[in-house]
Design a binder for this molecule. Structure first.
Ligand code: UDP
Length: 469
């Protein structure tokens, strides 16, 4: 059979809907703007309803291919998500090799794109003569940390949380050790070894596509966009976020509820696709929201009492009815001002609704970009992954988020919740954060205009791929 000359790209998102969402946006642009066809390759551990819905909403030229499940039962029950993801990918490499090699014979496969935990797949791709690229679904602070980690590892003997001074990465907001990436907080943990391994291998990519834009981190953007021999070129293709304009979302009850609320009056509360709180913390948050007197729309997930904030990461849905964990009487007392949604809400549409005036967020990068594009300031409530360092950067660097005081005894008190939420929605600091996020919103819109930075960067990569034809 004659191979179609249409250039084809294969992508391997790291398991987790937060990784798939921005990659899916990237594929839409590759199809619409550059006439590529695309295959998104998924792993069995990330199969969720949210993932299936997203994949089925993509254009015809985007196919998806699910690799066979691999055994993971030998991993310790308390293995970090980073370990689980990296091991799942390594064990899926034979399946991936078959899939890529079939695609190479049937299609004009010009590039392979993995993201952070998929760098071991670079070998398979090179073996087949397909250039490997890295899609980086978060910010330049995290990318700088990853690129620098091998050196940091070699030159530091203590735990990073004990570093005497905040870590200063070139052009980045300095980050105190305890706020650095969660899986590097314990250097004896397997998760640390995996992150370090991915960090070393990320240098092997032919190029890195980062989902961010220069106004978010101007100095780091400047530094990382310079050509450095031996370091992959970095393309700032962001901010790519879900549009929030699909039919299922339009009908959502919470959007109708927002229609009935005054402009800018509602605080949206959500911890991303997989973030959960402990039961005690969940109760304290509820009482804090009540005490704040503000209107709120809260996406409630069942608490995690094993203390693992990423418990729902792969499944997205709560295992049990999450409302039964709320404090007694809370639902009745807040009926006039609050709406609770179990597990999942159409977040992009909520953030873009005129009634939404603030976002209490776990600071996942997609959530952050969506908030910026909607011009909504945040309260930072980081849980895991790179969220603490994002929170530090957003609160003290770009100053579009207010930060809660560090939790004593591990619990943020209702008084602190109420005070910071009120400040965001009504106070001077909230007003200032709102102004700054409005500026970033403008800048992000300029990136996404014809001739803007995001498209220019994407076109440069796409044209390189087409030239390997
Ligand atoms: N999301 C959503 N509804 C929800 C929770 C999450 O649409 O109820 C979307 C959210 O808009 C974002 C993504 O899921 O696009 C979450 O990504 P993020 O990087 O913020 O966090 P993660 O889920 O990876 O921790």
């Amino acid at each position: 059979a004659t191979r179609s000359r249409r250039p084809h790209v294969a992508l391997l998102p790291t398991p987790g809907i937060g990784h798939l969402i921005p990659m899916a946006e990237l594929t839409k642009l590759l199809v619409a703007r550059h006439g590529f066809s695309v295959t998104i390759i998924t792993l069995a551990i990330s199969a969720s309803t949210a993932q299936a819905t997203l994949l089925s909403s993509l254009p015809h030229s985007v196919s998806s291919l699910a690799l066979a499940p691999v055994p993971l039962h030998d991993l310790p029950p308390d293995a970090n998500i980073e370990t689980t993801m990296a091991v799942a990918i390594v064990r899926s490499l034979p399946g991936l090799r078959d899939a890529l090699s079939r695609l190479r014979s049937s299609d004009n496969l010009v590039a392979f794109v993995a993201d952070i935990f998929g760098t071991d797949a670079f070998d398979v791709s090179r073996e087949l003569g397909v250039p490997p690229y890295l899609f980086f679904p978060t910010n330049l602070l995290t990318l700088s940390l990853l690129l620098h980690l091998p050196e940091l590892d070699a030159t530091t003997s203590c735990e990073y949380r004990d570093l005497p001074a905040p870590l200063r990465l070139p052009g980045c907001f300095p980050i105190p050790g305890p706020d650095l990436l969660q899986p590097i907080q314990d250097r004896s943990n397997d998760a640390y070894r995996w992150v370090l391994h991915q960090a070393r291998r990320s240098w092997e990519a032919e190029g890195i596509l980062a989902n961010t834009f220069d106004a978010m981190e101007p100095e780091a953007a400047n530094i990382l966009q310079q050509t450095v021999p031996g370091r992959p070129p970095v393309y700032l293709v962001g901010p790519l976020t879900q549009s929030g304009k699909n039919e299922a979302d339009e009908g959502a009850e919470c959007l109708r509820w927002l229609d009935r609320q005054p402009k800018g009056s509602v605080l949206f509360v959500s911890f991303g696709s997989g973030g959960t709180l402990s039961m005690a913390q969940m109760a304290e948050l509820a009482l804090g929201l009540e005490l704040s007197g503000q209107r709120f729309l809260w996406v409630v997930k069942s608490p995690s009492d094993g203390g693992d904030a990423s418990e729902a990461y792969f499944t997205v849905q709560s295992k049990e009815d999450p409302f039964r964990f709320l404090p007694a009487g809370f639902v009745d007392r807040t009926r006039e001002v609050g709406l609770l949604v179990p597990s999942w809400a159409p977040q992009a549409a909520v953030l873009n609704h005129a009634a939404t005036g603030g976002f209490l967020s776990h600071c996942g990068w997609n959530s952050t970009l969506e908030s910026v594009k909607a011009g909504v300031p945040m309260v930072a409530w980081p849980l895991f992954a790179e969220q603490r360092q994002n929170a530090a950067m957003l609160a003290e660097g770009s100053r579009i988020a207010l930060r809660l005081p560090r939790a004593e005894q591990g619990i943020v008190s209702r008084e602190d919740v109420a005070r910071v939420v009120k400040e965001l929605m009504e106070g001077e600091e909230g007003k200032a954060a709102h102004q700054r996020v409005a500026e970033l919103r403008e800048a992000s819109a300029r990136c996404l205009e014809e001739g803007g930075a995001a498209y220019t960067a994407l076109d440069a990569v796409a044209n390189k791929w087409k030239a390997t034809n």
